[in-house]
Design a protein around this ligand. Structure first.
Ligand code: SF4
Length: 329
């Protein structure tokens, strides 16, 4: 069954998140950082959609905007059929329990003055759910689900390793029985040896709790490990999105091709020639006209400098935003 034949959990339509740039004596708005610029995609129930891109590509801002931790500048976020893009805080509350985030730095995201039990229990206390004894039971159950023992409940975050702290962060994200979890670089701060343990845990929990993930990372190997489909972002735009096998075996966008060409492959026969991108990532406060990648693209041609490429369907569930695949109007 194709992923796109499943029921949609989330639809993102023409989402934009711009941050004002202030300047001058009066700190007036003199420009805008286009962190997320007209991004559209769907997430299907039970899948893991990985989002990759360099730092500055807008992937973390995308995640935070979808969860409404940031207000979108424009566009729609439709969660289970409900448009949540402009809901006031109070009206967002019922959706918040269904949508959780696991952060990159488990140390910074866990309150060091609270015991692990209090950290995991807190969302239930805030929502006034269950009795004290039931909450304690749930905390112990969650700790066991993430591979920790019940003794962890009375300890504090600093008493744990990075990997264990991330397990605590995951347990907290699960407290309210969410449907959707965004992982914002959840294993980037961990030792390589611990990364796959946490990724495997996330996969096991996905099956057990029927979770849907949006997994944001800069590491292509990590994203390949966990994702069903992969989206590649460049300078606030979605360059390409499709099934993991298509993106990794047959990348269409010149940026995806360059990113993947830099990853070492064990199989000598399948080695790709390394594509060296020219120049630096342009500033999102002054993105290039036309295709945002044209200043670095080895395939850039005249049309790329003036016309923004739309994301177009290129075979089974694969979409690419590049003029090499679109007809001139
Ligand atoms: Fe390169 Fe042009 Fe395609 Fe952009 S639209 S990726 S510049 S070929």
């Amino acid at each position: 069954m194709l992923v796109s034949e499943r029921e949609k959990l989330l639809e993102v339509r023409n989402l934009k998140k711009y941050f004002p740039v202030k300047g001058g004596l009066l700190q007036r708005t003199i420009g805008q950082v286009k962190a997320v610029d007209d991004v559209s995609f769907d997430i299907y129930k039970g899948e893991t959609l990985g989002i990759v891109g360099e730092s500055g590509s807008g992937k973390s801002t995308l995640g935070r905007t979808i969860l409404r931790l940031l207000d979108p500048t424009e566009g729609d976020i439709i969660f289970q059929g409900d448009n949540i893009s402009t809901l006031a805080n109070r009206k967002m509350r019922p959706y918040r329990k269904d949508m959780q985030m696991v952060f990159q730095d488990p140390f910074a995201s866990l309150n060091p003055r609270m015991s692990v039990g209090e950290i995991i229990e807190e969302p239930m206390v805030v929502q006034n759910l269950l009795t004290k004894a039931e909450r304690k039971e749930k905390v112990i159950d969650l700790l066991e689900k993430v591979g920790l023992t019940s003794e962890a409940r009375t300890k504090y975050p600093h008493e744990f390793s990075g990997g264990q702290r991330q397990r605590i962060g995951i347990a907290r994200a699960l407290t309210m029985n969410p449907k959707f979890i965004i992982g914002d670089e959840p294993v980037s701060a961990l030792d390589v040896s611990v990364q796959s343990q946490v990724l495997n845990l996330m996969e096991d929990l996905q099956d057990e709790f029927n979770l849907t993930y949006l997994f944001i990372a800069h590491d292509l190997g990590v994203v390949k490990h966990i994702s069903d489909r992969v989206g590649v972002m460049y300078l606030g735009k979605m360059a390409e999105i499709g099934p993991k096998t298509k993106i990794y075996n047959n990348p269409l966008h010149p940026y995806t091709q360059a990113l993947l060409s830099a990853v070492p492959v064990p199989n000598v026969e399948r080695k790709r020639e390394k594509i060296k991108l020219q120049g630096e990532l342009p500033s999102p406060s002054n993105p290039p006209q036309g295709c945002v990648f044209h200043t670095r693209c080895p395939e850039a041609h005249e049309r790329c400098r003036v016309e923004i490429p739309e994301l177009v369907h290129q075979g089974e569930e694969q979409y690419v935003a590049c003029h090499l695949y679109t007809k001139e109007q």
